[in-house]
Design a protein around this ligand. Structure first.
Ligand code: GAL
Length: 935
């Protein structure tokens, strides 16, 4: 009976699945899905940097609306596995849900499960417990092999069930990350063998770095070779402090690696890490629209790449202890096209202009180099490609000297016509000729083509060019058509079958062409800014173009009504190009009054969002912490630290081994208590600790604070350039007279920060397996017995990276439920801080308007002190770190989901001061990054 039922169910679902199943193939030109060529335009997204699944959908919809057809996803092993054998794929870790959302958003997925991902994440995505596993990480050595196979056998089946071949979105599987650094072919091969065994049947790719020692060429056919190797390129460097740079790391042309595969820009720069602490706005400038126009278009036409993945589309937040300590701070905004608070930027506009073009003009998916048509000004040059089947040509017009900053004009001699072109400094245009634009024949245009669509029996095309530059568009007709200039200044001539339109790009010109043996054509010819105001969505009744609104997520056309799901930040015009039967417009629940324009579109106005005031943060209460520093503190339940061996390649300076990871404490602060029976001859406590960059440690003896020292960092011991330092993070603390109790128990208490784990970029174990915590301890040679305490277990909701081992964290002071009524009222900014840890808490109520997206941030006024480090907890979530010289950040994004937008929120600050400080952090306030209606 049960079998019969199962068979019936299978019969019901099978056809649908079978129909949806697709095949991915490729040749030297492009990927193909069921034989149809695809130009892959992906943006990178790290779900683990946005711990709010419902906002994943927002980001994915924003990608789609910018003309991306794919999302590239790293899967972070560390994020899912707090210890060997333990894996969590629920809640904010529910990647099954993520992959469903990608599918619902209409995006393909490049799945990148590592095992190593780098990404400036702690350990490069390797869980810290892997530091204690024998066998070199990122190799085929046995201890590591068992560990990474464990991860792969958890993540691969999830990815496998979302593959395109089963009707899902996953189109590619990327093995490892920039693994040219340490070529262990058996490891590369095994990752792929495991993937295949786990049911991965889409093409396997890898991302190669730095043009050198190329895995992909050296190992092109041997063990470990993947099907489609690609190249990572960051031509603009990461020097955000100097945003005027222009390709200091090269021309950024993605090499063709093999003749049987497409050219794959596996990671192409779309932002930067802020290594110099310049702030992400500067990174956005460094990698802004000028860079995108020149470098992306140059890459497209010069190399003929058809697979692009831009790093990052949305960067997000290094919340908890997610950051690798050497290159990043809490924000991982990355200067991406979408900000950390999910706002759209001018870079987004440029992605949209280019992305729509890539999606609309299908001959781009198969092109060969072509002799370029000449220009008559040596300041400019051209590069060309053509589709061998359709003859469609793509001509890149750019400066001969890529660093030129002048505006130069020329006449382009192309396809039997002489047409004007003009290029600003640091700009480039991709022009199209010989193209069947819907039912039209485009001879050529010196405007760039953003998109075109057949809407209601006519073709509508959006063309654009630099404001003030000349443009010419030539179309082919069987007989002279009728030209109506609806808006703007456009002249037309007709001769020998060619209709030529001449104009200057200014505002938005509209030209209607009818007759001439073709269906009507509406040309919308604008500046860059006008082009960016268009949104295109594809509905069951065909494509719809929308001008205005701040985002269009979806549209439908039914019963004479166009319904938009759109974001609106301010009152303004909205214009919709839809089939003529549609005469009403609805945005969300609003009926928008519309009139029909001479362009045949519907024109109305949008309703602005209502105000969304935020409360002041008052009612702070404070409580001193660090009871562990006191001699009478009961540490009997702490872990005894008595190991004499370690898997770390860095030998301890003294025994026992005190490395935090070796005792299972991997993230955040760790306490040590050392007991010794003093002889009375001890004069100093001598310690060494490794914390990662900007970390420190605080030391007490018998309850008296002795001071602090800076912890050791990566360069101390363990990169390929610096020999290991035998004395990392030293601290020598004189014992004040009278403090020691000869013949009795004396207690050293040490609070050691762990700023995160080094990455493993060069796969040599020295960086990655650099210890955290104490690495040496002595009290004049007197034996010390040690106990260690880190985080008290793994938060089941927030995960293992949320908490370290501060007393307050171990006892829930960061949690909303903690009763703090007995704490003393205190304004953090006006209260002196003693050395050690002090906590502050307050709560606030929000009731943000429904149907509005108001991303909220927390702002620290005043100057942060390098003498304190603040861990910020919102409703128990560790949303960032402030002060302690940790970076330029003063504003912290607190995403909805973590933030209760309709109720009470609890804010808790754990402030660790290494010396007395006259005042704590603040004043602290809430602010809104934006306010849009989301209907
Ligand atoms: C690449 C790496 C990424 C990320 C990027 C810089 O080399 O593959 O994971 O680290 O550099 O942000």
């Amino acid at each position: 009976m049960l079998l019969a039922m199962l068979l019936t169910c299978a019969a019901l679902v099978a056809p649908a699945r079978a129909a949806a199943a697709r095949e991915v193939t490729y040749d030297r030109y492009s990927l193909m899905v069921d034989g149809r060529r695809v130009v892959l335009q992906a943006a990178e997204f790290h779900y683990f940097r946005l711990p709010s699944p419902r906002l994943w959908r927002d980001v994915l919809e924003k990608f789609k609306a910018a003309g991306f057809n794919a999302v590239s996803l790293y899967f972070s092993w560390a994020y899912h596995s707090p210890k060997s054998g333990v894996y969590d794929f629920t809640g904010v870790r529910d990647v099954d849900r993520l992959l469903r959302m990608a599918s619902e958003a209409g995006l393909y997925v490049i799945a990148r499960p590592g095992p190593y991902i780098n990404a400036e994440s702690s350990g490069g995505g390797l869980p810290a417990w892997v530091k204690t596993v024998p066998g070199r990480a990122r190799s085929s050595e046995s201890g590591y092999q068992a560990a990474y196979r464990e991860w792969l056998h958890h993540i691969n089946p999830i990815i496998a069930r979302h593959q395109i071949t089963g009707g899902g979105p996953v189109i590619l599987y990327n093995a490892e990350n920039e693994y040219q650094v340490n070529t262990d072919a058996a490891y590369m091969q095994d990752i792929q063998d495991q993937a295949r065994a786990d049911g991965i049947d889409v093409p396997i790719t890898t991302n190669d770095c730095c043009d050198g020692g190329s895995w992909s060429s050296t190992w092109a056919t041997g063990p470990g070779a993947v099907q489609i190797p690609g190249i990572d390129d960051y031509p603009q460097s990461f020097e955000c402090a100097n945003p005027g740079l222009w390709g200091p790391w090269g021309e950024g042309l993605t090499e063709r690696l093999r003749d049987d595969i497409p050219v794959f820009a596996a990671e192409y720069q779309a932002g930067a890490i802020d290594v110099g602490n310049a702030g992400y706005d500067k990174c956005r400038e460094l990698t802004g629209p000028a860079f995108m126009k020149y470098f992306y278009k140059n890459n497209l036409v010069t190399t003929g790449a058809t697979m692009f993945s831009y790093y990052m589309g949305y960067g997000g937040t290094n919340w908890g202890w997610l950051a690798q300590p050497n290159d990043v701070y809490t924000s991982y905004d990355y200067g991406a096209p979408i900000t950390e608070a999910r706002r759209l930027t001018p870079k987004y506009d440029e992605f949209k202009r280019q992305g729509y073009f890539l999606q609309a003009v299908t001959p781009l998916a198969k092109t060969d180099p072509l002799a370029a048509p000449p220009v008559d000004n040596p300041a400019l040059t051209t590069v060309a490609r053509a589709n061998p089947d359709t003859g469609t040509q793509f001509v890149l017009v750019k400066h001969a000297d890529r660093a030129a900053t002048s505006t130069d004009a020329a006449t382009l001699d192309w396809a039997g016509h002489r047409v004007p072109v003009q290029v600003k400094g640091r700009d480039a245009h991709v022009l199209v000729a010989g193209y069947d634009l819907g039912a039209q024949r485009l001879t050529l245009s010196t405007s760039e083509l953003m998109t075109h669509a057949a809407i209601g029996g006519r073709d509508v095309a959006v063309l654009y060019g630099t404001s003030g530059s000349p443009g010419a568009t030539i179309l082919r007709y069987g007989s002279e058509p009728r030209v109506t200039v609806l808006d703007g200044r456009v002249t037309s001539t007709y001769s020998g079958g060619d209709l030529r339109l001449d104009y200057t790009h200014e505002g938005l010109a509209r030209v209607l062409v009818t007759g001439g043996g073709r269906r009507p054509l509406l040309l919308l010819i604008g500046t860059d800014a006008e082009a960016a105001s268009f949104w295109r969505t594809d509905t069951a009744s065909g494509p719809v173009l929308v001008r205005g609104t701040d985002l269009v997520r979806a549209a439908s056309v039914n019963d004479g009504t166009v319904r938009l799901t759109a974001d609106v930040a301010a009152a303004g015009e909205v214009e919709v190009f839809a089939p003529p039967a549609a005469h009403r417009l609805r945005i969300g629940a609003d009926d928008v009054r519309v009139t029909r324009t001479s362009s045949g579109s519907l024109l109305g106005s949008t309703r602005p969002p209502g105000p969304a005031p935020l409360p002041a943060l008052t009612g702070w209460r404070a409580h001193a912490e660090s009871p562990e520093a006191q001699p009478g503190f009961d540490d009997s339940r702490w872990t005894v630290a008595d190991r004499t061996t370690t898997t770390s390649p860095h030998p301890p300076k003294t025994l026992p081994v005190l490395y935090a990871d070796d005792y299972g404490y991997h993230y955040g602060n760790v306490w040590y208590r050392g007991h010794f029976t003093a002889t009375g001859a001890e004069t100093t406590i001598d310690l060494n600790a490794v914390t990662g960059l900007r970390g420190n440690y605080l030391v007490w003896l018998n309850g008296r604070y002795l001071g602090s020292a800076a912890g050791g960092v990566q360069a101390d011991s363990g990169d390929q350039w610096t020999p290991p330092n035998p004395d990392p993070g030293p601290g020598h603390f004189a014992i004040p007279s009278g403090l020691l109790k000869p013949g009795a128990d004396n207690v050293i208490a040490v609070l050691v920060a762990n700023m995160g784990h080094n990455d493993d970029w060069i796969a040599d174990d020295l960086r990655f397996k650099q210890p955290r915590g104490l690495v040496g301890a002595s009290a004049g040679g007197t034996p010390i017995s040690w106990r260690i305490q880190g985080a008290a277990g793994v938060d089941p909701v927030r995960g293992g990276l949320n908490n370290g081992g501060l007393y307050g964290e171990r006892t829930g002071w960061h949690l909303p439920t903690y009763p703090d009524k007995s704490w003393k009222p205190a304004n953090p900014a006006a209260t002196p801080l003693p050395p050690g840890v002090t906590w502050y808490r307050t709560s606030f109520r929000l009731d943000l308007p429904a149907n509005q997206d108001v991303p909220v941030g927390l702002r620290f006024g005043g100057e942060p002190s390098p003498a304190y480090l603040v861990q910020i907890f919102l409703n128990g979530w560790n949303v960032g770190q402030y002060g302690g010289d940790i970076g330029p950040q003063r504003e912290f994004s607190v995403p909805a989901g973590l933030l209760n937008e309709h109720g009470t929120n609890t804010l808790a600050l754990a402030v660790t001061a290494e010396q007395p400080v006259p005042a704590g952090p603040g004043p602290i306030s809430l602010f809104a990054y934006g306010n849009v209606r989301v209907d």
